[in-house]
Design a protein around this ligand. Structure first.
Ligand SMILES: *Cc1c(COP(=O)(O)O)cnc(C)c1O
Length: 367
């Protein structure tokens, strides 16, 4: 498909999102530090998936689909943004949410609350058996097996919807298809224009990476538009080398689909696979929380425990280890995810860190 043939919804979200400097952190870390505010994309509590969904929902609508279906964890940001976009364009939405412990949450929190408010049909998929088998599966093997279970679940749900006369547009987790990638492909152009207006050059662009679409889009866009910066990803769950191999494959498939004539090789891809990834997907470690507190307390901005807390930890580590040299200019993409701050498990951790056992005092009212 030619780039010029692919269209997007023009009124889906608020673009361009702002870019501004993080002066306090830059001073502390001996660099110029900037942030691209994709936590302000403007629809359904914002986030990076709105960029992808502009293209995906246009594709779905143009081809006569009536329902958007996607996958994720219970706290999927992509699911929430999919539901919001579906509502805006008069479609239905279904999210198939993996429950690794096999339990359907008793209470609404974070994204699940927002899904419910949006009226999204959330179905749960029990993958707890994958963690119990022997021999033990590696995280990447669990990922492969989860995909198989998702296929079975999706076929069921699609059949059910089709019976009711709906036409279901299926998107993988994170909306990471070649069409979805266009969101971040063109974000590169948006960023280059913004930097030119500010007369500011940057050397490195850093983003969190999960289902590949954001990094792949940025990487391809940076080559296509001749950007003068390197794109670095920070994984949000620990991975082996296979993550990078898969990224290369995905980038090249996308490049082929879009007829870009750009080829990625292993050595061109810069991703921290484990250093900032915390314990597992949506399981941050102490360092992730330290990063969240640091950002809030030095710049007054929130980042989240599942994605951006880890992604920004990558920035801190790259600077500390001088893999990004002192004096460089770095742009971090804030991909959103803020409802995650209010998800049940993270609320418990925040309470432990910041509230329980601390002294709280009532202001005395006697004169
Ligand atoms: C999905 C998501 C990411 C990762 O983007 P991918 O395209 O899946 O790699 C990063 N940050 C947030 C907040 C997200 O929701």
């Amino acid at each position: 498909m030619k780039l010029s043939e692919i269209k997007k919804m023009e009124d889906c979200g608020c673009f361009p999102t702002p870019v501004h400097e993080l002066k306090n952190l830059g001073r502390e870390l001996n660099c110029r530090l900037f942030i691209k505010r994709d936590d302000l994309t403007g629809l359904g509590f914002s986030g990076n998936k709105v960029r992808k969904l502009q293209y995906l929902v246009r594709d779905a609508k143009d081809r006569g689909y009536t329902t958007l279906l996607t996958f994720g964890g219970v706290q999927t940001n992509h699911g929430r943004q999919t539901a919001a976009v579906a509502n805006k364009y008069g479609m239905k939405s279904v999210v198939i949410a993996t429950v690794e412990d096999g339990r359907i949450p008793e209470k609404l929190s974070g994204n699940l609350l927002l899904d419910a408010i949006l009226g999204c049909d959330v179905r749960f998929l029990d993958t707890s058996a994958l963690k119990k088998g022997s021999p033990k599966l590696s995280p990447d093997e669990i990922k492969t097996e989860t995909l198989k279970l998702r296929r079975i679940a999706a076929d069921r749900v699609i059949a059910e919807y089709e019976e009711k006369g709906e036409k279901v547009y299926e998107m993988p987790a994170g909306g990471s298809t070649p069409i979805g990638c266009l969101g971040y492909f063109f974000a590169v152009k948006e960023i280059m224009d913004q930097l030119e207006q500010k007369n500011q050059k940057i050397d490195y662009l850093v983003c969190p990476t999960g289902s590949n679409g954001t990094y792949a889009g940025l990487w391809l866009g940076s080559r296509y538009f001749g950007a003068p910066f390197e794109v670095i990803g920070g994984c949000v769950s620990p991975h082996e080398e296979i993550y990078i191999e898969n990224m290369v494959k995905f980038i090249n498939e996308t490049s082929q689909f879009l007829e870009l004539n750009i080829t990625a090789k292993r050595k061109d891809i810069h991703i921290l696979c484990t250093e900032c990834a915390g314990i597992a997907y949506d399981k941050p470690d102490e360092e992730t929380f330290e990063t969240i507190y640091k950002m809030a307390r030095s710049e007054g901005l929130f980042i989240d425990p599942c994605y951006t807390g880890k992604g920004f930890t990558a920035v801190l580590k790259l600077l500390k280890s001088e893999k990004i040299p002192k004096g460089s200019s770095v742009l971090f993409i804030h991909t959103g995810g803020l409802p995650g701050l209010y998800s049940q498990q993270h609320l418990e951790k925040f309470s432990k860190d910041l509230w329980e056992g601390k002294e709280h005092s009532m202001v005395p009212l006697n004169r």
